[in-house]
Structure formats: C-alpha cells, structure tokens
Design a protein around this ligand. Sequence first.
Ligand code: A3P
Length: 280
Amino acid sequence: EAELIHKFKGISFTTRSSPELLNSLDAFDAREDDVLLVSYPKSGTHWLAGVITKLYNTPVTLTTPIELGDMSKLEELNQLSSKRIIPTHLDYNMLPQHFKNKKCKMIYISRNPKDTAVSMYHYYRENPNLPTVDTWTAFLDLFLEGDVVCGSWFDHFLSWEEHKNDKNILFLFYEDMKKNLPKIVKEISIFLGISISDEDIQDICKKSSFSEMKKDTEKENSDPSHTVCALTSNRKLIFRKGTVGDWKNHFTPKQNLQFDEVFSEKMKLSKMAKHLTYEF
Ligand code: A3P
C-alpha cells in the first residue's frame, strides 16, 4: 500500500504523479490562450470538462492533468498544436508560475464538501490506484484531517478562494450546475468569449446529462483511459450517482456535527462558505 502514495510538500499524491514532475512544475510553459480546469477531486471535473469541450467550434485538446505522469509530460504538452484545456487538482500555491504570469483563464469548480467526501470515499473503494479504506467512519476522519490524496479539501478551497476576485478566474459550484445548467453554460461561454445560441446551449446540456455521459463512457469505442482526474485511468469509475445531498445517506448525526465543527472553524474567513452548504 505504501507505494501507491507519496508526499510532496506535505500533500499526498499517487505514484502516477512522479516526484520529478512535481518538482518541475514551474518549468511548464503556459500559452495565453490555455484554459485551466481546476478542482479538488470529486467536485464535478468530468462534467465541467464535458460541457467546455462541447462549447468550442474550433479544435481544442482536453489534456490529461498537469500533475499526472513523469517528466515526459512537459514535452507532451508543448507539442500540442491546438488550444489546450488543461485540468489540474493542484492547489493555487503549487500551480505552475507561468499560468499565473500569463493570466490564463481558469475555472474552479467546487461542491458541498460533505458530498465530495462521500464521492471520494466510494472512489477510494473502487479505485486500485488509491489505498484501501475500511469504513466510511475511518475515511471521514482522514478527510477531515486532510490526510487524503490532494491534501485537505479546506486548504485547497481556501488557496483558490483567495483569488476569487482575479478577473481570469471563474468560480463554479456543482450544485448550481445541477440546479440550472443552461445558466451556467451561458456564464462559462461569456467568460471564455465564445458566442453561442440558446439552442446550442440546450443541446450541450442534453448531451452533458449524467445519464448521457455515463452512457458515452460505456460505449465500446470510448477510451476508458481518457480521464481528467490524476487519480484514475478508468473513466467508468467516475459516473457513480451524480446527485446533490447523498451525504445524508452516509453521515450519522454525530458525524454531521463533527464535520460542521471543522467546517466552521476552517472556513471562518471564507466568503463563499454559505454557498457550499446551502440546502436544496
Ligand atoms: P458522485 O460520486 O457523487 O456520483 P469528478 O469528475 O471531479 O471526479 O467528480 C465526480 C462526481 O461528479 C461523481 O459524483 C459523479 O457522479 C459526478 N458527475 C459526473 N458527471 C456528472 C454529470 N453529467 N451530472 C452530474 N454529476 C456528474
């Protein structure tokens, strides 16, 4: 089990992210028209990637995550001739410097951390690249301590929230996408400077529904190794349930209190905390 995970700057990564690559992040060359798709794992990254790639009417390449792979990654991304949509789970501080200097557009998606924790728990159980967890209770403790891949959800969110007023960063919430996807698609298109008809928006939303995306993945001709998550090479593990509030089926009242305590302490300075926990 020990060899599935290694720590870099105090944050756990799977061995699919080589230490050499993590050490060389600042050597990444950004292009002004790169778009970064940023998330903590299990926040709706694949959903958002599905929407964004359908928005463009010019060729774009959805790459694998920046932090996935070994040193050959730098060259691989350099060689792409088309516009790049680049996913990453890195926190703001670890993000390659060039993307910040060039003010590349970045979209950060987040989700109620209770649902994120539940989604991640199931992912740990199904995903051979992640350590074994015995029970939900044991996993929740690890999650609250930040002792999971990609580190603490709280630290990740806060590192990005600090930049919420940067004009090149758009913040999105999974729950808002569930509530009114066309509205969010419109917002994304405006942010990216793509003009698109309402009819096209409807079409994109239809094609990006949970059932459609899950079905696409099950087709024989889809490439299961094409994922935007640095933690898996199996796309089929991504489409589990796709709902808001599944945490209620997992948390005991006591665990809920325990979570709320940590949440209010860690998020006391956050201006977005409310948005992450409102009830539907
Ligand atoms: P659940 O495990 O709660 O079902 P990520 O892509 O960041 O790994 O996030 C995965 C989560 O997003 C999973 O949550 C998955 O089911 C959900 N998801 C993926 N595609 C979706 C879609 N089209 N609509 C709603 N949820 C989706």
